[in-house]
Design a protein around this ligand. Structure first.
Ligand code: OAD
Length: 232
């Protein structure tokens, strides 16, 4: 850690687990919403068929998040942004907890649950600032429907964000991957790119993942416990 000049961190749902955010996989089976698995209700197909139902699911998740706060893993990562020559934080989480902990630049690979975007134009709004609970909300610029600004199953990542994160990953000398099952692509490729470009790769996850064997160190502990121990 002390020798590292450029650090790249990829986080997943496990980093928010200790804040009370349910993970997608592991720990007692996949979550269901009104009988639908999360990859059905959170899919591009469902947004095309029934956008209000997708809004209802994301409203439910936002309601859960409202009372939750960042944990020591988020706080440690926020401190690291000022400790290294270059520090990059990329996350698959949409909960905004890295920002809430004070991280200034976060590569949000899967979007942000607190943001909505217009289906037709470039307009984006903070959902908390919408005046009506009408679902879907209508764009104040063009009047078309708005949708949650998150990546749904069957969709590509927002343009540019993966490429920028990949370029940072390939330039780092230490890569830490925390709280992700490393099953969802292309995010799961980022630590692989880092390692192939010569970085030392560390995983923080109480369970082993497909990435564990490939890592230089696999720390089988919770992120909120182990990341503060790596702090200096
Ligand atoms: P997953 O739910 O797939 O995996 C969570 C991982 O966190 C598991 O490997 C757990 O072992 C680990 N974990 C649990 N508690 C932990 C803790 N306290 N500290 C560290 N690790 C812990 O979550 P992701 O890998 O983030 O995409 O899932 C990737 C994507 O799949 C999500 O972004 C989401 C989902 O489809 C979209 O919604 C587009």
């Amino acid at each position: 850690m002390r020798a590292a000049r450029s650090v790249f961190v990829l986080t997943g749902a496990g980093v928010s687990a200790e804040s009370g955010v349910p993970t997608f996989r592991g720990g007692g089976g996949a979550p269901l919403w009104k009988g639908m698995p999360f990859d059905v209700i959170s899919s591009a197909g469902m947004a095309a068929r029934d956008l209000p139902a997708v809004w209802e699911w994301f409203d439910y998740r936002r309601d859960l998040l409202q009372s939750l706060s960042p944990n020591p893993a988020h706080a440690t990562l926020a401190r690291w942004q000022d400790k290294f020559e270059t520090f990059t934080l990329a996350t698959q989480n949409v909960d905004g907890l890295h920002n809430a902990a004070g991280s200034r630049e976060v590569f949000e690979l899967h979007g942000n649950i607190w943001r909505a975007r217009c289906l037709s134009c470039e307009e984006r709004v903070d959902v908390r600032e919408l005046e009506s609970r009408e679902r879907p909300p209508l764009c104040r610029l063009c009047g078309d429907s708005m949708r949650p600004d998150v990546v749904l199953f069957g969709e590509l990542l927002p343009p540019g964000v993966y490429e920028q994160a990949a370029s940072r990953a390939m330039g780092c000398d230490l890569c830490i991957v925390a709280g992700t099952s490393a099953l969802v692509y292309p995010a799961a490729d980022l630590p692989v790119l880092a390692k192939r470009a010569g970085a030392f790769l560390v995983e923080v996850n109480p369970e082993r993942t497909p990435l564990s064997e490939f890592c230089d160190e696999a720390l089988e502990r919770k992120a909120g416990e182990v990341l503060p121990l790596l702090d200096f």
